[in-house]
Ligand binder design. Structure first.
Ligand SMILES: Nc1ncnc2c1ncn2[C@@H]1O[C@H](COP(=O)(O)OP(=O)(O)OP(=O)(O)O)[C@@H](O)[C@H]1O
Length: 837
């Protein structure tokens, strides 16, 4: 055993020492494996939870190979974390847990090739041993591969005669956005949908992704068969332009939520952890695993959005303007990443506005739209010759992406009809062949000369490249990455020849530079950058499964049951609320502070008949405060979560029901605690009657009132954006306050308006609170002055027109309104989802 590892084991052991016998036993087990054969140790280790066994399996496997101490250390940390987090004394070991851990985890045949996609008993592809490479300075570098992803079939998307119209505002008028467009996007390729603003790019992508289904004609074929939308949605993901992420989760937590939701219960917990770790390492977020998503940079957020969707290995990925808001270097890294994903067999489709020449030529396939019609479809390298053949000569050193947009925008005359006609007459066809442009590229040039096909092609022998994360290295990265594009991937070959994994592979290095390398081919090759030797795994391979897209069951719903989704989402919501300073810390502080201020203002008025109106004012203020503090935060925060919900729901993570129940339930305990704290502080300082029954009733009715207000906030947040909600929330509450019975006696309100008092939830809250303080035959109040008009509480309630008020009627009315608002909010959300389509 390497010395470093021995030290690790000992220090880790001391970190979890002296707690209970379980920990001590675990320590001895961990230490025991140093003195015995690893397999034998694992057979005999009486772990109590399968997660330990599985973690241990991984560690032992790594130890056994003696090739990756760093990974072994991580595994050990994982065991530790689990021990600490879960406690390890509760569950006794079941006999089946005694099975050798790596057999359970299906990792014994670790040398199986990644690319053969053989299923294992836990839903993962077999694990390949992480290879190590040696840099010129002798530093070891581990190759990271996406080898544990679930296996999925490759997918080609073909669309024929797609037309899409929307009502244009006039009676029976329609505006046609897409006019009979056709095309094909293949697996293994990265396709750019380009065109001038308003050309219909996003519309086309939304249709292909299945987000728009109404008012459209034409057909979409998946692997040459009519698309089944449900099946397709499970195979694809859509990454939107705005990277809406839950703010108060760390990168790893966000990934684990995605894994738990998307990988289902067929995959064991440990396997999900491995998938997450692999993706984070591959995508270059390893260093940020414990960073809150709100603290990530733009590029990192984009990568996390991709990582979240990669968890279930979708064969089709749609990106809406993935480079928007990123600097050129980050754009380059991102498109390199997407390209490597494509090379793994996925179908990657991006809309892109105006890429630089350098970025543009990274795409394999271009689909160009203008005025809702296709004006070019084919290889990126074919664009300049195509335009040239139609008399549009792209000037030397002019970015072809800029030029074609200028042409499509009509800057060189009315070009669109001519281009559309050319596409229809099949001129594009010769540029659509996937081998078009192979060996035409120059290794260095970034101007359109490359695309004209003036390159030497000599670089084709240099097949391994480095893509760096560092700006200063990006030039090298570009140069090298260019070389990887020379040959399109052969996915079929990947499936049949287990050792051939052609495509770009990213290799994360362990050095401090944070660079990652890309390589092509499935075997050891000489690296361009730094002359390192790399042994390449099928890094981003799709791991083609034997399942067929067309035979996938269409009826099965989400990957996890509704209950599991609810539970995962509830835990996530709880965690985010706990960490949200605005929502939790500030809310708690404001309730305590305002409670204390109110208590001081109305100090000791509770039993004083001469101050009975002040006390009524105090009770009214309590109802008011609980109303607003419950409603406003929900109006402010819910729309943000709505964007996350839309993304996750439309990407088939979970159902609306699960989300809604989790969301509605998660905040209730917090609201109850905050309101109760506030009410109790006020109650005590203002010397209200210290009777358990009255206290409970008062707190209960105020909390109910706050929950109703929160439900109203939820409804407003579900139906409107923040700006409208912030206006509408208070405005809609004002009438309920007016009709609460505090400002105007119910008897004074004109008959035709009195019905409004029955829908005023503040009325029920205030009335219930008054009854709990002055009702139930409370004894005469103390009078400090010569004469007190309202010494008898019952008379005071009569004077307030509340003599017939019943506490439980008020409570039931509030409970009824609470459920009604929550149900309406659910249907508003459903309607909103429907409207998106
Ligand atoms: N629901 C709608 N109602 C009316 N017009 C619409 C609707 N959706 C899209 N359009 C119009 O359809 C055209 C294409 O919109 P789309 O968003 O697809 O364009 P785009 O090419 O993605 O533009 P950009 O690059 O500016 O985002 C635009 O003129 C837009 O105004």
């Amino acid at each position: 055993m390497p010395n470093g590892l021995e030290l690790t084991l000992i220090s880790s052991s001391s970190a979890i020492s002296d707690t209970d016998s379980c920990h001590r036993q675990t320590i001895s087990e961990l230490q025991g494996i140093q003195n015995t054969s690893f397999e034998a140790a694992a057979q005999n280790v009486p772990f109590r939870r399968s997660t330990y066994v599985e973690s241990y399996a991984d560690m032992l496997q790594d130890l056994q190979a003696k090739s990756n101490p760093a990974r072994a250390q991580r595994s050990l940390s994982f065991v530790q974390t689990k021990l600490t987090k879960n406690g390890c004394v509760s569950a006794l070991q079941r006999p089946e847990d005694r099975a050798p851990c790596w057999q359970k985890a299906g990792v014994v045949n670790s040398q199986n090739n990644l690319c053969n996609g053989r299923p294992s008993n836990h839903g993962l592809a077999p694990k390949i041993q992480n290879n190590t490479t040696t840099s010129p300075n002798g530093q070891k570098k581990g190759t990271i591969s996406l080898s544990h992803l679930p296996q999925r079939p490759p997918v080609d998307i073909e669309f024929c005669d797609i037309s899409y119209s929307v009502p244009d505002g006039h009676i029976r008028g329609f505006k046609t956005i897409l006019k009979s467009v056709s095309g094909k996007f293949r697996n293994g390729e990265i396709t750019a949908i380009m065109g001038p603003s308003g050309a219909g790019k996003s519309t086309l992508m939304n249709i292909l992704a299945g987000y728009k289904t109404s008012q459209l004609s034409g057909s979409v074929l998946i692997n040459s068969k009519e698309r089944n939308l449900r099946r397709f949605r499970k195979l694809s993901c859509y990454i939107m332009q705005d990277d809406v992420l839950i703010a108060n989760l760390t990168v790893r937590e966000a990934m684990m939520v995605a894994a738990n939701l998307k990988l289902g219960k067929n995959m064991i917990n440990y396997a999900k952890c491995v998938v997450v770790e692999e993706i984070l390492e591959t995508i270059g977020l390893k260093e940020s695993t414990n960073t809150l998503t709100c603290n990530l940079s733009g590029g990192q957020r984009k990568r996390l959005s991709i990582a979240l969707e990669l968890v279930n290995n979708p064969p089709v990925m749609f990106f809406d303007e993935p480079t928007s808001g990123l600097d050129s270097s980050t754009c380059f890294q991102l498109i390199s990443l997407l390209k490597s994903l494509a090379r793994g067999g996925r179908t990657i489709v991006c809309t892109i506005h105006q890429p630089s020449a350098r970025l543009f030529e990274k795409f394999d396939h271009l689909y160009l739209l203008a005025q809702g019609q296709c004006v070019y479809e084919g290889r990126v390298h074919g664009l300049v010759p195509y335009l040239s053949s139609l008399g549009y000569e792209c000037p030397s050193y002019h970015n072809p992406a800029d030029y074609v947009l200028e042409v499509a925008s009509g800057e060189y005359g009315e070009a669109v009809p001519k281009l559309v006609e050319a596409v229809k007459s099949g001129i594009c066809k010769k540029y659509t062949h996937k081998d078009y442009g192979v060996n035409l590229s120059s290794a260095k040039s970034i101007n359109n000369d490359i695309i004209k096909g003036n390159g030497s092609g000599a670089a084709s022998t240099r097949a391994v490249a480095t893509i760096t994360l560092e700006d200063e290295k990006s030039a090298n990265a570009y140069e090298a990455d260019e070389l990887t594009e020379l040959k399109p991937p052969k996915l079929k070959a990947q499936q049949s020849q287990t050792s051939d994994c052609s495509g770009v592979n990213i290799q994360i290095t362990n050095d401090d530079s944070g660079s990652f390398s890309s390589s092509k081919g499935g075997q050891s090759q000489n690296a361009v950058s730094g002359g390192t030797n790399t042994v390449v795994g099928c890094m981003t391979s799709l791991l083609d499964s034997h399942e067929s897209v067309v035979t996938l069951p269409s009826k099965t719903g989400f990957p996890t049951s509704g209950w599991t989704q609810f539970w995962i989402l509830l835990k996530r919501s709880f965690r985010t609320i706990m960490r949200d300073r605005m929502l939790t810390h500030m809310r708690l502080a404001s309730h305590v502070i305002v409670g204390a201020i109110i208590g001081m203002i109305y100090y000791d008025v509770g039993n004083e008949a001469s101050k009975i109106m002040s006390n009524a004012g105090c009770i009214f203020f309590v109802a008011l405060f609980t109303t607003f503090t419950a409603m406003m935060p929900t109006i402010l925060t819910f729309p943000t979560e709505m964007s996350v919900f839309e993304r996750e729901h439309l990407n088939y993570w979970y159902s609306l029901k699960s989300f809604y129940f989790a969301k509605t339930l998660a905040d209730i305990p917090f609201q109850i605690v905050f309101s109760s704290v506030f009410v109790l502080v006020v109650y005590y300082l203002t010397s209200q009657p210290m009777e358990i029954e009255r206290i409970s009733m008062f707190v209960f009715i105020c909390v109910l009132n706050s929950l109703v207000a929160q439900s109203l906030g939820l409804l407003i947040g579900a139906g409107m954006n923040v700006e409208t909600g912030v206006f509408l929330g208070p405005v809609s509450t004002i009438p309920t306050i007016l009709f609460s019975g505090f400002f105007v006696n119910f008897d004074t309100i004109p008959g035709y308006l009195q019905w409004l008092t029955y829908v005023s939830y503040v009325r029920y809250g205030f009335e219930g609170a008054m009854v709990s303080i002055y009702g139930m035959d409370r004894a005469k109040l103390h009078c400090n002055e010569i004469y007190c008009h309202h010494r008898v509480p019952k008379k005071f309630l009569e004077w307030m027109s509340m003599e017939d008020a019943r506490f439980w009627v008020d409570a039931v009315a509030l409970i009824g309104i609470f459920f009604a608002l929550r149900i309406i909010a659910y249907f508003v959300l459903r309607w909103k989802l429907h409207m998106i389509r």
